[in-house]
Design a protein around this ligand. Structure first.
Ligand SMILES: Cc1ncc(COP(=O)(O)O)c(C=O)c1O
Length: 416
């Protein structure tokens, strides 16, 4: 058996914990996974990785699994980094890409973390997992639990998209749907964990999901030929993937696998409907105040206060990035801009990144030749609840032939 993880380390005070036991958190704050990077450097090269199957397990040396553990997997394929020339031109830029995570199982980036976390929980003997979720994570946990023959319990606040609720229900999870916000649901899940009813897999309350999300950063590095892009825009709730990508880049730098010393500016993006990190960044604080009145259709961003807030803010500051709020009322407009220019259907969470890019460009914070990556963290199609009013605006009169014809522009071929 080969495993390169050496130990876990508290992100708040550095206390260490053994890697051969299932870990959770410490002092109510997350843990980092630490690896023997010298041993990894000797054991594998980027060229060897490039010859492996194109899924997230190709980076297994940089994950807490050893080669003796069978993953609970739905074949987590590398997601494409789609060049967006028309969209780039709209902003006077030349190199904007979308890393399209909607191609994964559960149509969201949550697949990566949940595949890994359930693998580890099952490996260490747990058959039952639980979480508080705003939707996509609960849905992903439920489908991976079904895949791994495990039992799942999910608490989701009212207003969670129907697509997520249906994933939980149909894959056999026990789902509770009620009033409250995610941190309130989280307290109940924790109580059950403390009573040993289940393993709590909620955001940042165990260290494994973070490592699964790290593969987003590893893929970006590999897809950019081991040079990193200049700017990464990430829609942030609890911030797991932003923290994880920054960790990935630092590990790659230490491994010596990066071809240049350039690190991306990490841009954390929130909606004006829930922006605790924006306030903390502005006030130069390391922790957030609780943002009480969340009001955003981007359900994944309804996190009033994340327990890894300081890890997000540290990563953003270290990278020379920033935290930006995008105007909630413009999310559909930005979604439409990307979909109509490139055919990529961003989720509302990621539509905030278009707003953030607009602001960066207007402030001359990004230049035309810089490489910019927007993360599409889930399929826009999962959010049809919020789209219903737009559908209602369409009138059946559209089937009236004379009106249809009257609205048509002159056909392009007729102009010759
Ligand atoms: C689609 C989507 N994007 C972004 C996020 C935010 O992720 P994180 O909590 O890791 O910041 C979520 C979280 O639920 C999500 O579902």
């Amino acid at each position: 058996m080969t495993r390169f993880i050496t130990h876990f380390e508290s992100a708040i005070d550095g206390t260490t914990f053994p890697a051969d036991q299932l870990q959770t958190w410490h002092a109510n704050r997350p843990l980092w996974s630490r690896y023997d990077l010298d041993a990894i450097r000797k054991a594998v090269t980027p060229d060897e990785i490039a010859r492996r199957p194109a899924n997230m397990w190709r980076y297994r040396e940089l994950l807490p699994v050893g080669d003796d553990i069978t993953p609970i997997s739905l074949d987590e394929q590398m997601t494409p980094t789609v060049a967006c020339p028309n969209f780039s031109k709209h902003f006077g830029l030349n190199h904007v890409y979308v890393k399209d995570e909607s191609r994964l199982a559960s149509c969201s980036f949550k697949a990566r973390g949940l595949s890994l976390a359930l693998t580890m929980a099952r490996h260490f003997g747990w058959q039952r997992v639980a979480m508080a979720s705003n939707g996509n994570a609960g849905g992903a946990m439920s489908i991976y639990a079904a895949r791994g023959g495990m039992e799942a319990f999910v608490l989701v606040p009212k207003g969670t998209p129907k697509a997520n609720v249906s994933e939980c229900l149909q894959s056999g999870a026990h789902i509770f749907y009620g009033d409250g916000l995610i941190d309130q649901c989280g307290k109940i899940i924790r109580e059950g964990h403390n009573r040993k009813l289940w393993f709590d897999i909620s955001t940042m309350k165990e260290p494994y999901r973070l490592e699964g999300k790290k593969t987003m950063g590893l893929e970006i590095a590999e897809q950019f030929k081991w040079n990193l892009p200049d700017v990464i825009l990430y829609p942030t709730g609890g911030g797991t993937a932003l923290i994880a990508m920054w960790k990935a880049f630092k590990e790659l730098r230490e491994l010596g696998w990066l071809k240049s010393s350039k690190m991306p500016r990490m841009i954390s993006v929130q909606s004006t409907g829930c922006m605790p990190l924006v306030e903390a960044f502005k006030n130069n604080s390391r922790h957030c105040e609780r943002f009480a009145n969340t009001n955003t259709i981007a359900s994944g961003l309804r996190v009033p206060q994340g327990i890894g807030d300081f890890m997000v803010l540290d990563a953003v500051r270290e990278s020379g990035g920033m935290v930006i709020a995008a105007e909630e009322s413009r999310l559909f407009e930005w979604q439409k801009l990307m979909a109509s220019k490139e055919g990529v259907m961003l989720c509302p969470e990621s539509s905030t990144c278009v707003g953030a890019l607009e602001e960066l460009v207007s402030r001359n914070e990004v230049s035309a030749e810089e490489e910019v990556v927007i993360f599409n963290t889930a399929a826009g199609q999962k959010y049809m609840d919020y789209f219903q009013p737009k559908i209602d605006e369409l009138s059946l009169e559209h089937f009236d032939w004379d009106r249809v014809i009257a609205q048509l522009p002159t056909p392009a071929f007729a102009s010759k």
